[in-house]
Ligand binder design. Structure first.
Ligand code: MN
Length: 743
C-alpha cells in the first residue's frame, strides 16, 4: 500500500524536536512491552534494528502526516503485547517495511541480524506484493500461505501490520479504505481466525465493517450500547443460581457476558434476514474456572452439569472442543440453554488457561511462562497450524472456501471445478458464470452444479461457490435468459445470439416465400413480397419471413391469383367479430374450437403472455384474460385462479386456442419423488435432456433420509410431448411419482 509520502523538509508546522522525543518515547514503551522477554542481548539487537528503520524511513511520512517510523514501532508493539511474540519478531516488525520501501536489502538484513530474520523479512516483503483480491487462483493462494507458514511469525507479524493499518485507516482516501477493508475481510480476518487470534479477528472484522458500511456499523454499535443495561440485568439474573452452586462446589470462577462483535451480529442479521432485535445471541455467557491443569477437563464438565441443572440444554448445540481442540488451539465447551425468559443462550465453559489462549492466541498465553512446557506447547501449536494449512485431504477450493470469502459486497469470487478463481459482480448467476468462462459454455448452459448440487441456470452465486456448468448441444439462448444475468458480457452475448437466431429463421422464411412465389408463377420481388406482408398484416418483410419460418403464416393455405403484370393478388382478410355470452365463451374455451386468440407463435408479436401461475403449454385448454397493465395473460382452464377470474371478470375473458404444428417450446414444471439411489439424478436428467430433446431450464433435487424430491422446469412443445416425458420418467427405477406442477 502506498502510505509513503516524502516529508516536506522545511515544513514550519512540524516541530521536529518534539517529534524526535515522541519517537523515542514510543520506542521505550515498545521495549517495556517485551516484559519478561527483555534480555540485554535482545534489546541491543532491537536497538540496532530500530536505528536502521529510523534511518531508512527518515524521509517518509504516513498519509496522516505522522513520521513513518510510528508505524513499524506500533506493529512491533502489537506483536509483543497483543500476540505475545518475542524479541526476534519485534525486531523483524521494526524492519518489516524497510526492504520494500527503502534501499536496505535482504542481504544487509542477513549480514546484520542472521538468516532467520532475513527469511522472515523476505516472507513479509513477498506478501506485501501480493494482490489477494485479484484473479489469483485457489492453488496459488494456498502456495503463498504455505510459504508464509515456513515461519508462522511471518503471518503473525503481517497480521499485526494489517491491524495497525486498519486502526489508522481514517486518513486514507475512501477508495483505499474500501480496498483495504475488503482485503482484510477476504484474507486477514480469516487468517487470524485460523491462527486462533480471536480478539484480533474480531477487531479486524469490526474495523472493516466500520469502513465498508459506516451507517450499519454505527447503528449496531449504538444499539449494542443502548441494550447494555438490559443485557447486564439478564446476565446477572441468569448467573445467580449457577454462581451459588459453583461456590458451593468450591470452584474459583468468573462469569462474563461477552457481547458478540458488531460484524458477527451484522452477519447474522443478513444471513437470517432479521433485525438487530431478532438476533437472539448478541452475547454469550462465559464461565471461566480456575483449575489445576490435570483437572481442567473434568471441572469443565462439572460446570456443564451444574448449568444444565438449572437450564434445559439444546442437545443439538453441544460442542466439545476440550476433548478435541480446534487446530488453532481453541479449547472450550459450548452449550446452548433455554433461559427463564424463553430464549436460547449460548454458554461457553472453559478454564482460565483455555480462555487466555482463546482470547489472545497461543503465543500470548505462554509468553510469561518460562518452562519446557511452553516450548512444547508452542511447537505443538505451530505444527497443528501448519498441518491445517497443509492438509492434503482438503482441496485448494475447500481450503479457500474455508476462509469464508466475504469479499466485497459489490463483488463475489467463484471457482471453476479446477479451482480457477473468477471475480463477478454480486448477484451474478450460474449463467453469468458460464458466459464469463466462455461464450459457448453460456450458450449451451442448461444448469449447473454449485458445490456439487444441481441448480438452475438462474441460481444466484455466493462467495466461494464452486461451479460446474452443465451443457447441452441442443441448448439455445432464450429471451427470458436476459432476466437471469447481471453481467454486461452475458447480456450482450445473449442478445447477439437471439438476433442471430432470428436472422437465421428469417433466412429460412425468405427461402420459403421465394419457393412459393416461384410455384405460384410470380417473381419474388419487393412488390409481391409487400403484397404478402399486407395480406398477413405483418409489420415488415423480415417480420413476414420470421413468422413464415415459425409456421405462423401458412403459405400453403393460400391460393393467390396472378395479374397480367405478374403481380400477386390476394383477398382482403376480414377480422372476425365475437359477440357471444360469457357462458358461450367458457363453453367454447373448454371446447377449444372456433375463432379465438391464436397462441403458439411469436409471443412478442401479440401482446399476450403465458401466465406464470399455471404455465400453459400447447394442448392445454386455455383462455386469455385482459389484465389492466400487462396485456393479455393466458391461463389454463384448470388454473386455480381460473374460476375466480371467469366468474368475477367475465367481460375481460378472451377465448384462446393453440395453433398447431409449432416448433415453439414452452416451459412446464414437473415434480417427482422416489427412493434415492445412486445414479437416479443422472438417469432423470439424461432422460429429460437427451432422450427427449427437451431443454431444461432449471432442475433441483433434495434428498432427505433416502427419499428424494425433485423439480424440473423444462421446455416442451405441447401436452403430448409432456405426457410422453412423464411416462418415461415414471419408468425410471426408484421414481415413485411424477406430476406436473403449475408453478
Ligand atoms: Mn507496514
Amino acid at each position: 500500500m502506498s502510505k509513503v509520502e516524502p516529508a516536506p523538509a522545511t515544513d514550519p508546522a512540524i516541530d521536529l524536536e518534539r517529534e524526535k522525543q515522541e519517537i523515542l518515547s514510543r520506542y521505550r514503551s515498545l521495549l517495556r512491552s517485551l516484559k519478561g522477554e527483555r534480555t540485554p542481548e535482545g534489546v541491543r539487537r532491537i536497538r540496532k534494528a530500530f536505528n536502521i528503520a529510523l534511518e531508512a524511513h527518515k524521509d517518509q511520512r504516513r498519509k496522516s502526516g505522522e513520521p513513518y517510523i510510528y508505524h513499524p514501532i506500533a506493529v512491533a508493539r502489537i506483536c509483543a503485547e497483543e500476540i505475545g511474540l518475542g524479541p526476534t519478531s519485534v525486531l523483524c516488525a521494526l524492519l518489516h517495511d524497510t526492504v520494500e520501501d527503502t534501499d536496505l536489502t535482504l542481504d544487509d538484513v542477513r549480514e546484520l541480524f542472521g538468516p532467520t530474520e532475513a527469511t522472515i523479512i523476505d516472507g513479509l516483503t513477498k506478501i506485501s506484493g501480493l494482490n489477494v483480491t485479484g484473479s489469483m487462483q485457489a492453488e496459488n493462494f494456498r502456495k503463498v500461505l504455505l510459504s508464509m507458514a515456513q515461519d508462522v511469525r511471518v503471518i503473525l507479524i503481517k497480521l499485526a501490520d494489517r491491524l495497525h493499518n486498519m486502526r489508522t485507516l481514517d486518513s486514507m482516501a475512501r477508495e483505499k479504505q474500501l480496498k483495504i477493508a475488503s482485503e482484510t475481510l477476504f484474507l486477514y480476518a480469516p487468517l487470524a481466525h485460523r491462527l486462533g487470534l480471536y480478539n484480533i479477528k474480531n477487531e479486524l472484522e469490526d474495523l472493516a465493517l466500520k469502513y465498508k458500511e459506516p451507517e450499519i456499523f454505527e447503528e449496531i454499535s449504538t444499539k449494542l450500547k443502548k441494550s447494555e443495561p438490559v443485557r447486564k440485568r439478564f446476565i446477572s439474573r441468569f448467573s445467580m443460581p449457577i454462581g451459588a452452586a459453583l461456590e458451593k462446589e468450591g470452584f474459583g470462577y468468573e462469569i462474563k457476558g461477552r457481547p458478540k462483535s458488531v460484524h458477527s451480529i451484522w452477519n447474522k442479521m443478513q444471513k437470517k434476514n432479521v433485525s438487530f432485535e431478532e438476533v437472539y445471541d448478541v452475547f454469550a455467557i462465559r464461565i471461566i474456572v480456575n483449575s489445576r491443569p490435570e483437572l481442567e477437563k473434568a471441572d469443565c464438565w462439572k460446570v456443564y452439569s451444574i448449568v444444565t441443572d438449572y437450564y434445559q440444554p439444546n442437545p443439538d448445540r453441544l460442542r466439545d472442543w476440550i476433548s478435541l481442540p480446534k487446530a488453532n488451539g481453541y479449547e472450550s465447551l459450548h452449550t446452548t440453554v433455554m433461559s427463564p425468559g424463553g430464549r436460547w443462550v449460548e454458554v461457553q465453559i472453559r478454564s482460565k488457561r483455555m480462555d487466555e489462549v482463546a482470547e489472545m492466541g497461543y503465543a500470548a498465553h505462554w509468553r510469561y511462562k518460562d518452562s519446557d512446557e511452553k516450548q512444547n506447547a508452542m511447537d505443538a501449536w505451530i505444527d497443528r497450524i501448519r498441518e491445517a494449512l497443509e492438509d492434503p485431504g482438503s482441496s485448494a477450493v475447500d481450503f479457500v472456501n474455508d476462509f469464508k470469502l466475504n469479499l466485497f459486497s459489490e463483488e463475489i469470487v467463484a471457482f471453476t471445478p479446477n479451482g480457477e478463481m473468477r471475480t463477478l459482480p454480486a448477484g451474478s448467476t450460474a449463467l453469468d458464470f458460464a458466459f464469463d468462462i466462455h461464450t459457448d459454455l453460456g450458450r449451451q448452459c442448461i444448469g449447473a452444479k454449485v458445490n456439487h448440487k444441481l441448480v438452475p441456470l438462474s441460481h444466484p452465486l455466493r462467495n466461494g461457490d464452486q461451479i460446474e456448468i452443465i451443457t447441452s448441444k441442443k441448448q439455445q439462448p432464450k429471451e427470458d435468459w436476459l432476466n437471469y444475468v447481471v453481467t454486461a458480457k452475458a447480456r450482450a452475448r445473449i442478445k447477439q445470439n437471439l438476433r442471430d437466431q432470428k436472422k437465421k429463421m428469417a433466412g429460412v422464411g425468405r427461402e420459403s416465400v421465394e419457393d412459393h412465389m416461384r410455384k405460384w408463377g410470380v417473381k419474388p420481388d419487393a412488390k409481391n413480397i409487400a403484397a404478402l406482408v399486407e395480406y398477413f398484416r405483418a409489420t415488415s418483410e423480415n417480420d413476414l419471413f420470421w413468422h413464415v419460418a415459425r409456421g405462423r403464416f401458412d403459405l400453403d393455405k393460400i391460393t393467390p391469383a396472378v395479374s397480367a403484370k405478374g403481380r400477386l393478388e390476394l383477398p382482403v382478410q376480414v377480422p372476425q367479430g365475437d359477440e357471444r355470452s360469457f357462458e358461450e365463451v367458457v363453453a367454447e374455451i373448454r371446447g377449444a374450437k372456433g375463432g379465438a386468440l391464436l397462441l403458439g407463435d411469436d409471443l412478442q408479436r401479440i401482446d399476450y403472455q403465458l401466465s406464470k401461475c399455471c404455465n400453459p403449454i400447447p394442448g392445454d385448454d386455455v383462455f386469455g384474460f385482459i389484465t389492466q397493465h400487462d396485456g393479455i395473460k393466458v391461463h389454463r382452464v384448470s388454473c386455480p385462479s381460473a374460476v375466480q377470474l371467469m366468474s368475477n371478470f367475465a367481460y375481460r375473458i378472451v377465448k384462446a386456442r393453440w395453433k398447431g404444428k409449432d416448433q415453439m417450446e414452452f416451459l412446464a414444471g414437473l415434480r417427482f419423488s422416489g427412493i434415492d439411489s445412486a445414479g437416479i439424478v443422472l438417469n432423470i436428467t439424461t432422460i429429460i435432456s437427451a432422450e427427449h430433446n427437451v431443454n431444461m431450464r432449471s432442475i433441483g433435487f433434495e434428498s432427505n433420509d433416502g427419499i428424494f424430491e425433485g423439480k424440473v422446469m423444462a421446455y416442451v412443445q405441447n401436452t403430448d410431448h409432456l405426457n410422453q416425458l412423464i411416462e418415461k420418467l415414471r419408468g425410471v427405477e426408484g421414481v415413485k411419482s411424477v406430476e406436473r406442477v403449475d408453478h
